[in-house]
Design a protein around this ligand. Structure first.
Ligand SMILES: Cc1ncc(COP(=O)(O)O)c(C=O)c1O
Length: 392
């Protein structure tokens, strides 16, 4: 296991050669300069605070999103403005978006929700028309050779995440690809001035796959989740979203991406096509099952996409999740029950005005996300479908 190997190489955790390898690989891949940070949200903060826009400017984001976005926008001194989604794609609705643009709007962040590719070409035209910057949040998808050509082509800046359930996981990590020379230089200075993550934090991050792998088999006898929670409570794991972040706070301190985590991403890139193909296979299996059982799937889901998770719409998603637990299937990944996810986040602190994106709010109550990640086998996907067929 790669994280176990990295745990043994502690003298290389911070500044080994893997960091340079990842940076060069991304520069080559996207054909533009790249800056690495210790998470996607830190990368976004570093980018936002170096944009040539005034304090207090508004940045448009979609109504169904992760709290990391509004938090980074607030931490950079701007105001997030939430715009309605298109329930067919779970991405920002272009018509509703135009209605939100006014003189204080300076940028749009577009998100490819769960890997469903947003129409960045149309967004580019909207940005050009109104003189806005376009930032593409690629946290949920990374293009591969056969992937959609639209990703990464039209934005001024790209944000990548190497978080633990992302397209290529380094457990934590993020990057900005910048096509603007001035901002690129400012980001270089950010990286130079950034701190290294403490040894203890890197150790806790590297431990995550080991703790997860050892508790997963125990889910069957009902103690796996409890043990994972206990490990979290004891501080053995770094939470995906901290309690402070749930109250709308993001620290303004920026860290470099540790070399040990870059090494994990390198390993993911080695098998990237097979990882994405596995996601495609599971996406097709779920889509075929949905057609067979007449389940409701957003129209924008197509089986060529390596989805980060598969969206299924039901009347009452919480009720289905509760029933699934009786079969020892745990589907709550945080992307449910609220417009700003996870639902334990203070919506007000995130800047979300309740009722402002009714389609996003409705979707959040109807959404079941089926797993497509590498640890889910085809057999497990079929088992999950079998259980769903009994209870939907
Ligand atoms: C759409 C989106 N953008 C940005 C982020 C932040 O990425 P990171 O977890 O690497 O900070 C997330 C995190 O899940 C996300 O879902």
């Amino acid at each position: 296991m790669q994280s176990l190997k990295q745990l043994g190489l502690f003298w290389k955790w911070k500044t080994g050669e893997e960091r340079q390898w990842l940076e060069e690989t991304l520069v080559h891949w996207f054909d533009a300069p790249c800056s690495l940070f210790s998470s996607g949200r830190e990368a976004l903060l570093a980018l936002l605070r170096n944009l040539p826009i005034d304090h207090g400017s508004e940045i448009l984001i979609q109504g169904f999103t992760c709290v990391a976005l509004p938090n980074a926008i607030h931490a950079a001194g701007f105001t997030p403005v939430f715009s309605e989604i298109d329930p067919a794609t779970l991405n920002i609705d272009l018509e509703a978006l135009e209605g939100k643009i006014h003189s204080r709007t300076k940028a749009i962040i577009v998100q490819h929700t769960f890997g469903i590719v947003a129409d960045t070409e149309a967004l580019r035209s909207i940005c050009d028309k109104h003189g806005l910057l376009l930032i593409e949040d690629c946290a949920h998808v990374l293009p591969d050779v056969t992937g959609p050509k639209r990703i990464g082509k039209h934005a001024d800046f790209l944000m990548l995440s190497f978080g633990r359930d992302k397209a290529a996981s380094g457990i934590s990590g993020g990057a900005i690809i910048s096509k603007d020379e001035v901002v690129t230089n400012l980001l270089r200075t950010e990286v130079q001035n950034a701190s290294e993550l403490p040894f203890f934090t890197i150790k806790r991050l590297l431990l995550y796959p080991l703790v997860y792998a050892s508790t997963k088999p125990l889910y069957g006898i009902g103690i796996g989740k409890a043990l994972l929670l206990l490990a979290s409570k004891c501080g053995a794991l770094v939470p995906v979203i901290s309690q402070k972040e749930k109250t709308g706070y993001q620290s303004t301190e920026i860290h470099r991406m540790p070399s040990a985590l870059c090494a994990l991403v390198r390993w993911e890139f080695k098998r990237f096509h097979s990882l994405n193909n596995h996601r495609r296979t599971l996406t097709k299996i779920y889509k075929d099952a949905a057609e067979h059982h007449n389940w409701n799937v957003p129209a924008g889901v197509d089986t060529h996409l390596p989805l980060q998770k598969f969206p299924l719409l039901v009347q009452d998603a919480d009720d289905i999740r509760k029933k699934l637990k009786r079969y020892n299937a745990h589907l709550d990944d945080g992307w449910t029950g609220a417009s700003v996810c996870p639902r334990s986040v203070s919506q007000e602190a995130a800047g979300y005005i309740p009722g402002s994106c009714p389609k996003a709010e409705r979707l959040a109550t109807q959404l079941l996300t089926l797993p497509t990640h590498p640890t889910i086998s085809i057999k497990q996907a079929h088992q999950l479908i079998g259980i769903l067929a009994k209870i939907i």
